[in-house]
Design a protein around this ligand. Structure first.
Ligand SMILES: [Zn+2]
Length: 150
């Protein structure tokens, strides 16, 4: 089964950037999660900003928040489809990014936004990776997996 092409609204994409900018404040990494229902996984319905601590070059989700969040996902039958996080400079998948995805299912996607997301809202300079069946990340074309609904 090929990895879906997720649909996100322009408002959700703006919300993604505003969260990354607000929390990161041009100084710290930040992450948001794109969530959708199990019955219609391609339609992103929520942009979630997890409780985390971060520095200019790293972030760690809070364990207690994660436990509550995963319980909610199971109860509401929704899933995390994509993690979106910032880097200070260039977007790529770092060794740490490779090691600690929030979801470890093959097909999970990880989008990295350069420059603490302070550039224009969109995917210029962004980097997308997909987790494959052997636990390795593969570079992917953003337009194959993300559609911004007009
Ligand atoms: Zn944050």
């Amino acid at each position: 089964m090929s990895t879906p092409r997720y649909r996100i609204s322009e408002a959700q994409l703006r919300e993604t950037f505003s969260e990354l900018r607000r929390c990161g404040n041009g100084r710290r990494e930040c992450q948001v999660l794109w969530v959708s229902p199990g019955g219609d996984p391609e339609a992103i319905t929520e942009v979630i900003h997890p409780a985390h601590v971060s520095t200019a070059v790293s972030f760690d989700l809070e364990d207690r928040w994660l436990v509550t969040f995963f319980m909610r996902l199971a109860k509401e039958r929704v899933g995390v489809r994509m993690q979106v996080h910032t880097h200070p400079g260039r977007a790529f998948h770092s060794a740490t990014d490779d090691r600690w995805p929030i979801v470890q299912t093959p097909g999970f996607l990880s989008l990295v936004i350069p420059g603490f997301a302070k550039g224009s809202v969109g995917f210029e300079g962004a980097y997308l990776a997909e987790l494959d069946g052997s636990g390795k990340w593969r570079s992917r074309l953003i337009s194959d997996h993300i559609e911004v609904a007009r």
